[in-house]
Design a protein around this ligand. Structure first.
Ligand code: SAM
Length: 189
């Protein structure tokens, strides 16, 4: 057959659709303007739960507005860093988490995700993940600080034990201006 080469955002959503079921608990680690939160909230439905994090009040408000427009009530909006996920998501397992690394589109370009907090959050979420669950990272890296974060995250992901995790990199390699790319981590057991 013909390979359908999906753009980055649709591909990241497809990776979520394949593993998230109604009633699941899931995480949007960087809610920003709320697009991934909305996607996840539709996938888990009324019986599910989305935990959505952002450190910026502006992002939380933006996401709150988007969810209200869609009459959605299954999201727990958390105005705190995703590295503190263990304080908010207790006891239950999650089937997926998504990160969009970088700055808030149309927001302050100097407020960015950082290597230490991102990796701390990924580690915590790996321990909350169900078997066959996925962590999807959309890595924007064209901004100041972006290359450093990209390298740290890639090093961390490259070293994950292949007996426990399958890690995919999805990237268009002939585009200019540091296009974003996807890393997907799937827990095997
Ligand atoms: N997915 C979002 C959307 O659809 O609009 C875009 C997310 S944007 C690329 C990255 C977001 O991460 C920013 O809104 C920023 O405030 C947030 N952020 C930065 N550090 C964070 C942290 N430690 N915990 C949670 N969010 C963080």
């Amino acid at each position: 057959g013909v390979i359908n080469m999906k753009a980055i955002i649709p591909f990241s959503h497809q990776l979520l659709e394949e593993v998230v079921r109604e009633g699941d608990s899931v995480i949007d680690a960087t809610c920003g303007n709320g697009n991934d939160t909305l996607k996840l909230s539709k996938l888990v439905g009324d019986t599910g739960k989305v935990y959505a994090f952002d450190i910026q009040k502006e992002a939380i408000e933006q996401t709150k507005g988007l969810l209200a427009d869609h009459q959605i009530n299954n999201v727990n909006l958390i105005h705190d860093g995703h590295e503190h996920v263990a304080s908010y998501v207790k006891e239950q397992l999650i089937s997926a988490a998504i990160f969009n690394l970088g700055y808030l589109p149309k927001g302050d370009h100097s407020i960015i995700t950082t290597p230490d907090t991102t990796i701390k959050a990924i580690r915590s979420m790996l321990s909350l993940l169900t078997t066959k669950g996925r962590i999807v990272l959309v890595i924007y890296h064209g901004h100041k600080g972006g290359t450093t974060e990209k390298n740290h995250v890639l090093n961390f992901c490259t070293e994950l034990d292949q007996k426990q995790y399958q890690v995919l990199q999805y990237q268009f390699i002939n585009q200019i201006n540091n296009p974003p790319f996807v890393i997907a981590i799937e827990k095997l057991k």
